[in-house]
Design a protein around this ligand. Sequence first.
Ligand code: NDP
Ligand code: OXD
Length: 312
Amino acid sequence: MKILYYCEGDSGNLLSALQARLPSHDIIEWSADAVIAKSEITAAIAWMPPEAFFDDLPNLTHVYAVAAGVDHFMKTAGLPADVDVIRLTDAGMGQQMAEYVLYGVLHAQRQMHEFQLAQLEKHWAHHLDARAATDTRIGILGAGQLGRIVAERLALNRFTVSCWSRGQKKLPAGVTSVFGGEALPEFASSSDILVCLLPLTVETTGILNGDLFKQMPRGAFVINPGRGGHLVDKDLQDALDTGQLSGAMLDVFHEEPLPDTHPFWEHPRVLITPHIAAKSLVNESADQIADSIACVARGEQPAGIVDRHRGY
Ligand code: NDP
Ligand code: OXD
């Protein structure tokens, strides 16, 4: 099989790892001036491909996206409507995401943002207020591949954890499943820390907005490693400035890199990370893509097949 390849940011390691795992396939690196027999291409492995990547591929049937979230990929000009898109499922990202969120949760629960601000003023902010992990309610928006691994880690750390999803889920021990749009206000009002691990779709765009923040307990904290499009930036800023929210940890933004002029850079209650919560790991990604290609070759449906209509 001939597979067209383009993966932004790959220094060659992912391509080599894929070639080692798919020796009987011909993986052809895309470039604007490469001479490619396009009618022979039936599959593609890609991330952030240029617009022309999908031009003139009449026999393309499967595209393997080197990421868990495919919102950006689905908007790639030329991505044919009838090809199957297969995304990464976990592939080593779950544990990284669990560490990232646990860090943010501890930061909020142990009021580290207050101590950072006090330090700037050389203020010895000794106080005896403390909230135990068991009394700290974490609401995770999303109960998918990543949400459930994050939830499990937080529950093991004795936090009180719930996940919100479209449908009801059987979740790891100690984690409560909440589901459906109508349950969202009550879910928000019972979340001292809200974590967004939803895919970005038409339905979830702007879900982290002023109305939701108003429903949360005063002084709550938001962690967004989902996508920048989930958050209404201005609403977050207002909620922080009025004290409705006490802080936020953000990994993803409407525009990445976050522009120098964006007010979040200088907001004392916003902790910014540069889209590093969970990276696609070379070996794990290559293993999963090779397994999916073998699965399709056997006529089976691979894990991670994206519902193009639903958007995830
Ligand atoms: P999954 O598709 O496995 O899980 C998505 C979850 O969101 C499911 O539980 C789904 O519910 C729920 N969901 C989707 N739409 C709605 C809705 N309208 N209402 C309620 N629940 C909804 O995704 P992953 O866990 O693999 O990844 C989640 C996201 O994390 C990715 O899409 C990506 O944006 C982000 N990500 C960020 C990274 C980073 O480094 N910052 C790295 C990797 C991913 P149901 O199952 O019931 O349909
Ligand atoms: C992903 C990401 O979705 O890196 O995989 O954000």
